[in-house]
Write a protein of this length. Sequence first.
Length: 504
Amino acid sequence: MSTISLNTLSKQSVFSPKINGLSTFRRNPASRASVTMVMMMAVDILSVCAALVLALTLGLGRWLVPGEGLKSIILSGTPLSWQLGYLAWFIVTLLMVTRHHGLYGHTLTYSKWNEQRKVVQSCLTAGLLLCGAMYMMHNVAISRAVVVYLVCLTTVLFCASRVGWRYFAFRRYERGLDSRNVIVVGVSSMGLALCKQIERNRHMGRVFKGFVEIPDSNAVAQAPTGSVIGSIDQLRYLARLHFIDEIIIAECCPAAMVLNLVDIARECCIELLVIPGFYDGVTPEAPIEYLGEFPVVSIHRRNERVIASSIKRATDVLLAGIAVLLLLPISIAIALWVKMDTPGPVFYVSERIGKKGRVFHCFKFRTMVINAERLKDSLAEQNERKGILFKMKNDPRITRAGGILRKYSLDELPQLLNVLRGDMSLVGPRPPIASEVKQYELEHLRRLEVSPGLTGLWQVRARQDPSFERYVALDLAYVENWSIWLDLKILVRTAEVVMRGTGS
């Protein structure tokens, strides 16, 4: 096997051009782990502030009512600026020690009890540093009871917040949200060990999709049946098909092959990881991360647009929550109307395909008769859409109430619950059903790289266009050109379309 020169790979990877014989790793300040770290730090700072209020209440022996509590603090014998300085020192040291123990990050690399032990250790260490600072400054005015309460309560709140983070992350991983799909290159003993590590530790937020074989490889191990999904020549196709987020090279490969993998990773926006021992000359300055017990190094970072995605999700939750509250009376009235109009349930719940091919239950007000799916086959010849989609005027399956609800898109109001659950977004491609996805070509799968939406480019530009090609082209254009500003324009345009009643 030939080795890879640093000068060759630096031109096509995450390394900047060679400077004085060395390569400089370009960090992505807006990576998902960085955003998660900032969020966790913000929660930890709020926890310290809450612990301080409780500590003052318990340490001073009375509730901190406005006036009395503040007076007790100001007249404690220590200048207020010094007290704030001690608090800032405690917070800074606590965050630094916590980060040193690896407790900030997107993936949960520790077991539950190991994480709790490190949290307690971090809080006690910061507490000792606080006491040391007070001793060095010869401060005897601040109540020692308040300090003890502060450290103990901070520890309790930190432990509780970590349990909350872990529970929240596990729940999202179980639903297929935020998890990363992984392909391992090389059916070697190292590859098998990585596979077992991923499958046994689901808390890492990774889903093993399969092995990719390397031609003429000498390091071949006995892979589980069905786990080898193709060869390295098919990797570009497999990455699209399985919505791959990470490729891990678990075997020493020729230089040309790794360069090809970097090209594929860049083209498909995939993170490319390697085991450090195989490519020490390539990754001298790249930070080492841990996938369970295995160290890995990234030689291509994906551009996740984490900040923009976080803003999009926060906007979805905020607007959907407001809409649910404001439209609750209308929703109740519609539910009663649907129930009285025709026999059957109020809601129509169907399985739809969401981001990365994840199946979820999509909610709508029922607008058809209860046996609508069985009648669909008999109406296939009257389909007015070209290609996969089905739509016809004067559909006999639509109820009287359903016709009006569809005209003004009121049947889709329950999908606001899907937005709050994280299954959908306010703006995105239309969520397809499984029978449609089965007929997709490889390029069509790209519309599943983002969360489906209540509305999108197709709904506001070509809702009555029967062409499936036009439908897919608009969705792919949205995926390629997505921005917060584009979402806002689509939402405004959607309001105009709904008011005109162009639905069917």
